[in-house]
Design a protein around this ligand. Structure first.
Ligand SMILES: Cc1cc2nc3c(=O)[nH]c(=O)nc-3n(C[C@H](O)[C@H](O)[C@H](O)COP(=O)(O)OP(=O)(O)OC[C@H]3O[C@@H](n4cnc5c(N)ncnc54)[C@H](O)[C@@H]3O)c2cc1C
Length: 448
């Protein structure tokens, strides 16, 4: 690994990491990316059929329009990757990225106090502390060696030491991919007794065309998933297939648990090629899956579309006592402006809040963060930040019984308004009252 001269480390080069790198470019950040590509989930967590769930103009950087932004079709994951690569190239972000560099652990070097540089007690000070606060352990290119180098502003020769220290770390490792959730099964009813093949959707994503065709062609397949309960009831034949949820869909929306079906999903069901079985408990038997009502399905391949453990991924690199503080006090990570944990010094999190437009959420927060790093505005005190985040969680919990992760769906615009005002921007982003009242907000409205 070539010498690194930076005060700021960004972990992850997905949408959030490259947006943050662009906004902090004047600080020459270093971006550690575990894989060999930028793009995150669009690069290594997508199937051939994966598409954006909205038109491209709703997944767009404010200063980098899609080449064909008025095309109303939903872009494929490859088109999204192309778009992200063009963005990174256009803004010369790739030079900051260290590929095949997985952050294996973080170690805190400070005294646990929030940054107070020049501020009165209880207030949050500058994020660039003038000395390393976090030590980052990086595993490169699949090797078992962890290369760590200490960097301080004052001692450039320390590059050769095996420690890498930063004043400020931005965590952009995403909530999906990397660590699959594997359900637990009763004893002797797990995948080990099944004679067919079991794989998680994460492994399925890694198969190329030939391998996935070979795996599934002419086989009986069973996909275990939860998301099919969450589609707009009036648009889809959910009742016909016994998939009607027991709750209003608005609760799924408010907890960011909506998903769009792939093309031809229900037409294929009409042909009898997809059969649904609704059950909350299930386990394996020799030839397939058995459900709690004792019915059995025979199958050759079981794909576990059971989701990802984003919290485990984050906890794996966070040291104590911060690991235990992650979900304190409400069970949801208390992130001020969805970015700063009031009790974790000199660290920010981008990409942790889910909304109707995740790219826009990450970009706006990275703009806010860059201005904060540059001391363009100050954060409130720790107690106030904790109180405010707690209140936000309570409001969200009132909108849905299923709220259990950082999600602002129904309040996205209010959050953006508050962020703009805190940065000293106007929250009225349109050019006229008329468009303010009648035209929808897009990321381009946030171009400063
Ligand atoms: C299948 C799928 C479909 C989606 N569809 C939509 C959609 O239609 N609309 C929408 O708004 N959102 C959608 N999302 C949500 C999507 O996650 C966000 O839009 C966005 O891409 C997240 O970007 P990110 O950079 O925050 O995280 P990620 O894309 O997950 O990127 C994180 C990066 O960090 C790297 N990394 C992780 N751990 C480490 C480590 N320890 N060290 C170094 N690097 C590390 C990873 O390799 C990865 O490149 C979808 C997600 C998935 C999985």
């Amino acid at each position: 690994m070539a010498p690194i001269m930076s005060r700021i480390a960004i972990i992850g080069a997905g949408v959030s990491g490259i947006a943050t790198a662009k906004q902090l470019a004047h600080h020459n950040p270093v971006v550690f990316e575990a894989s060999d590509s930028i793009g995150g989930v669009w690069s290594h967590c997508s199937y051939r059929s994966t598409k954006l769930q909205s038109p491209r103009c709703d997944y767009e950087f404010s200063d980098f329009p899609w080449p064909d932004r008025d095309n109303s079709s939903f872009p494929s994951h490859l088109e999204i990757l192309d778009y992200l690569r063009s963005y990174a190239k256009h803004f010369d972000v790739l030079k900051y990225v260290r590929f095949n560099s997985k952050v294996a652990a973080l170690r805190y070097l400070g005294n646990g106090e929030p940054p107070a540089n020049g501020r009165s007690p209880g207030e949050y000070g500058s994020l660039l502390a003038g000395q390393p606060v976090w030590e980052v352990a990086v595993q490169t290119n699949g090797s078992e060696t962890i290369q760590v180098v200490i960097f301080t502003l004052t001692n450039m020769h320390d590059f050769l030491l095996l420690r890498l220290g930063f004043e400020f770390v931005v965590v952009c490792i995403g909530k999906y991919g990397d660590i699959p959730i594997i359900p637990e099964f009763p004893e002797e009813k797990g995948p080990e007794i099944f004679e067919g093949k079991v794989l998680h959707s994460l492994d399925y994503c890694k198969l190329d065309h030939d391998a996935s065709t070979h795996l599934l062609k002419d086989k009986k397949k069973l996909v275990v998933s939860k998301f099919i309960e969450s589609y707009l009831l009036h648009k889809l034949p959910l009742e016909k297939y016994g998939l009607k949820p027991d709750h209003p869909f608005v609760e799924d929306y408010a907890s960011c648990q909506m998903a769009i079906m792939p093309e031809n999903f229900f037409p294929e069901a009409d042909k009898g090629k997809i059969v649904f079985k609704r059950s909350s408990k299930w386990w394996f038997w020799k030839k397939g899956i058995e459900f709690e009502d004792k019915t059995k399905i025979e199958t050759d391949v079981v794909v576990l579309a059971t989701g990802y453990d984003g919290k485990k991924k984050l906890k794996a690199i966070m040291p104590e006592p911060f690991r235990s503080l992650l979900e304190y006090p409400s069970g949801v990570i208390p992130l001020y402006r969805s970015t700063i944990h009031p009790l974790i010094p000199n660290m920010a999190f981008v990409g942790y809040v889910e909304s109707v437009a995740n790219l826009h959420s990450s970009e706006l927060r990275s703009i806010w963060l860059a201005r904060l790093v540059d001391d363009k505005f100050k954060l409130p005190g720790v107690v106030e930040m904790l109180e405010r985040t707690q209140k936000e969680v309570e409001v969200m919990k009132r909108t849905t019984r299923f709220y259990k992760r950082n999600c602002i769906s129904t309040y996205s615009i209010n959050h953006s308004d508050e962020i703009c005002e805190e940065m000293g921007w106007t929250s009225w982003r349109k050019k006229s009252w008329l468009s303010e009242a009648f035209s929808p907000y897009t990321s381009q409205d946030y171009l400063n």
